[in-house]
Design a binder for this molecule. Structure first.
Ligand code: PMP
Length: 358
């Protein structure tokens, strides 16, 4: 079997023990004579899977009882619309622009009729090399939307605003479960699954129950109250993705949970940042205080050398290192399932490449 280190930003590497378990259970899940993909979502076997997935996620993130966990579809991108559709009662919302995905969230909110969308902080003028400081917000906003980790730019909010009167909504797509956050600091947390949770096709939404209310004329699929009332099964949920997510949650619990994985993630990221900071060829474009643990962009400053590096790395089994098309350079995504040996191997490879180009 070909061995690669997969640095993809998403869909991303999954724990090999989880994939092995999926393989073992593929043809006959729990003596049913079928794969999980073939089970009815109304069967007791699948009900047990989705219940376990929810329980495990609640445990891993210490989700309080007054929050609902929803397993939805449409990616994090659909949440860009569902959030303002469901939560903007007073038609005034605040957004922080910390990068390309925040911009997309803002763009979608701007499409909602009669909604005032105020961008109260932005680091665009700093080319998103850091996250902007979040100013105080007034209570007349329905919510404040932030992106805890900016996948493309490689920046993170390690501290989130606390003690403010309005709900903080967080796009946690690229760092959910990779570092500890206190769920009660948020009104709603959402994440596409395909980075730290499981396969694409599943979106996790964690929402404070008092924020779920009936809104007139919302399509059922876009209505949190409908999704909650039907326990995420108003229609057929992404059953296989939920099953794999459950296995990933079990894997993470076994490892000691989010605190333990955060320590490992810090080590992995530190190794790479330390290397970048002393390298004569590569450097990190991101300001120190904002540096992400999960997405680490780096550059040589010469597009031709970047290209050569990505090509040679790919051949050597370090795959998906090309930076996002909007920023160029390289990006190493080091999500939970990415092994620390992959980071040391990459550093060795970068070192050999450096000596060769000198
Ligand atoms: N937000 C962030 C921070 C992301 O990284 C991504 C995907 N890379 C998205 C939103 C969009 O997610 P999806 O593709 O699941 O819609």
């Amino acid at each position: 079997m070909k061995k690669v280190y997969n640095f993809s930003a998403g869909p991303a590497v999954l724990p090999s023990s989880v994939l092995k378990k999926v393989q073992d259970e593929m043809l006959d899940y729990a003596d049913s004579g079928m794969s999980v993909m073939e089970l009815s979502h109304r069967s007791s076997l699948f009900q047990a899977i989705i219940d376990d997935a929810e329980c495990l996620l609640r445990e891993l993130m210490s989700i309080p009882d007054h929050y609902s966990v929803l397993f939805l579809q449409g990616g994090a991108s659909l949440q860009f619309s569902m959030i303002p559709m469901n939560l903007a009662q007073n038609k005034k919302v605040a957004y922080v622009n910390s990068g390309s995905w925040s911009e997309k969230a803002i763009e979608e909110a701007l499409k909602i009729p009669d909604l005032t969308v105020d961008v109260i902080a932005s680091s665009q003028q700093d080319q998103f090399k850091k996250v902007p400081t979040i100013p105080a917000v007034t209570a007349d906003y329905d919510y404040l939307h932030i992106t805890t980790n900016n996948t493309i730019e490689g920046t993170t909010y390690f501290e989130v605003p606390t003690g403010i009167e309005i709900p903080v909504i967080a796009d946690m797509s690229s760092n959910i479960l990779s570092s500890e956050y206190d769920v009660s600091d948020f009104g709603l947390i959402y994440a596409g699954a395909q980075k730290n949770i499981g396969p694409a096709g599943l979106t996790v939404v964690i929402i404070r129950k008092d924020l779920i209310r009936l809104v007139d004329n919302l399509p059922a699929m876009l209505d949190y109250s409908v999704q909650e009332k039907n326990n995420s099964m108003y229609n057929t949920p992404p059953t296989f993705a939920i099953y794999v997510a459950k296995l990933v949650f079990e894997w993470l619990k076994e490892l000691g949970g989010v605190k333990s994985i955060e320590a490992i993630n810090r080590k992995k990221a530190q190794l790479l940042y330390d290397y970048l900071d002393q390298s004569s060829l590569f450097s990190s474009p991101v300001e120190r205080g904002s540096r992400s643990l999960t997405n680490i962009p780096f550059v040589t400053g010469d597009a031709a050398i970047d290209k050569q590096f990505v090509e040679e790395a790919e051949k050597a089994g370090f795959v998906n290192l090309k930076g996002h098309r909007s920023v160029g350079g390289m990006r190493a995504s080091l999500y939970n399932a990415f092994p620390i040996e992959g980071v040391t191997a990459l550093i060795e490879f970068m070192d050999t490449f450096t000596k060769k180009t000198e």
